[in-house]
Design a protein around this ligand. Structure first.
Ligand code: ADP
Length: 422
């Protein structure tokens, strides 16, 4: 029976968390949305319910998060984990703050932590300030994000603007005093109504301390980093992850992320794979005709064993110009629904091994394909596992990559982590 119930605010974030849970000893599945009653969840320690609530209206995020929480409670989960991005992707309205507030209220708790740090991916928090590798969040490229530009690195301030809860800080100095000291600080804060504390952490050891101290919290929130230390609270052993077996079929990469690292990964992949770039203006003018062009290009490459790369991703200047002419939401929606259509057509053409780059983009693709359960397989890079994705009578090998995750060679290297085709 699952003991840990997780709610992720996007699909790539869900696989990122599931990956770290597996590493931490949890047998984990990820569901896309709230599962159907018939979904089998035997021999599972953790369930990640992946929602697409990062940028939707606040009311929708609250409604869906509440429903997910009640479902996780109904299957017996004892502790809950709200997962958002390690770069705290959100807008001034939320949705991180309002969802934390709701979850605390629903489970009847008064205190939780907000722990975005993910040192394996260069995300660290010091004195409440978020760093991406050597740069502050607002200089990391995230200030140009098409949907959630992050222009303030002070996460205490960012979260405080989104919630009525009191937002505090657990400083690194305290974390370095060890689990007992942090646990005591949590207890003290639990006595005060409605408090959330941002936690500093610059290493996995810090996260292990925080996770240990969080043993008695009904709710924890953060990026995926905290998950590496939670297993011991439930007596779980590391290294029990099952390996996914790859379904046979051709390969493709679909990219809608405009993040710095994805742009570099696209450049590296373009050197070795057939590639096709689509721009939002084309989609606004001729959506169906553009789709036809991509599909006939793909047919021409049918006998080529290399993965096909289709992308809408553009530089910050291109994104700014597209957003100016079409509006940010329309530009984003067009790209997302286009790549989702491409995915549907590709899978129908027996492309059964797929990498999708971009959180929102992944959400659109997974929904279109009707996939509802992801079994977590081998890790490709920190935060990105291969998964065996099933639903709508299909099963594919799927990797959902958050914009900035992975090294430059990710799109080229990822395939070697797949198991032997069935
Ligand atoms: P990431 O994981 O990097 O945040 P997402 O897929 O979550 O990537 O977000 C990228 C957003 O940018 C999506 O809504 C996508 O549709 C949109 N987008 C993709 N290409 C373009 C483009 N050329 N111009 C404007 N927006 C784009």
């Amino acid at each position: 029976m699952p003991v840990l119930g997780c709610i992720a605010d996007d699909f790539t974030g869900g696989t990122d968390l599931a990956n770290n849970l597996v590493k931490g000893g949890f047998r984990t599945v990820q569901t896309i949305g709230i599962p159907k009653p018939a979904t089998k969840l035997e021999e599972i320690d953790a369930v990640v319910v992946a929602l697409k609530t990062r940028t939707c209206p606040v009311e929708q995020a609250l409604r869906e998060s509440k429903e997910a929480l009640h479902w996780l409670e109904s299957i017996g989960c004892r502790q809950f984990y709200f997962k958002y991005c390690s770069t705290f992707d959100s807008t001034p309205r939320g949705n991180i703050g309002p969802v934390i507030e709701l979850l605390l209220r629903e489970i009847g708790a008064s205190f939780t932590i907000a722990s975005p740090a993910f040192p394996d991916n260069g995300r660290t928090v010091y004195r409440g300030h978020l760093f991406v590798h050597d740069q502050l969040l607002n200089e990391s490229g995230m200030q140009h994000h098409p949907l959630t530009p992050m222009t303030d690195p002070n996460i205490v301030r960012v979260l405080a603007a989104q919630t009525r809860l009191t937002v505090g800080l657990i400083r690194l100095d305290l974390v370095r005093q060890g689990e007992k000291a942090v646990s005591h600080a949590f207890d003290t804060r639990e006595g005060q109504p409605g408090t959330v504390a941002i936690t500093d952490a610059t290493s996995n050891e810090d996260l292990v301390v925080l996770a240990g101290a969080a043993r008695h919290l009904r709710l924890v929130t953060g990026g995926s980093g905290l998950a590496i230390g939670l297993g011991k609270n439930f007596g779980l052993q590391k290294g029990r992850a099952a390996k996914a077996i790859a379904p046979a079929g051709r390969r493709a990469i679909l990219a809608g992320s405009c993040s710095r690292m994805t742009l570099k990964q696209i450049e590296a992949a373009k050197k070795v794979y057939p590639h096709f770039k689509v721009v939002p203006e084309e989609l606004a003018a001729q959506f169906d005709a553009t789709l036809e062009r991509v599909l006939s290009w793909a047919k021409e490459h049918r006998s080529n064993p290399d993965p096909l790369l289709v992308y809408t991703s553009g530089s910050p200047d291109e994104v700014a110009s597209n957003q100016k002419s079409l509006g940010a939401n329309r530009a984003g929606d067009l790209c997302e629904s286009f790549l989702a259509e491409v995915a549907e057509n590709f899978v129908n053409e027996e492309i059964f091994q797929l990498i999708v780059a971009g959180g929102e983009t992944s959400g659109a693709v997974v929904s279109k394909l009707g996939l509802d359960l992801l079994r977590i397989g081998p890790e490709i890079a920190a935060g990105v596992p291969w998964t065996l994705a099933s639903g709508s009578n299909r099963e594919i090998a799927l990797a959902l990559k958050s914009g900035n995750f992975g090294s430059e060679e990710f799109f080229v290297d990822a395939w070697r982590f797949l198991g032997t085709p069935k």
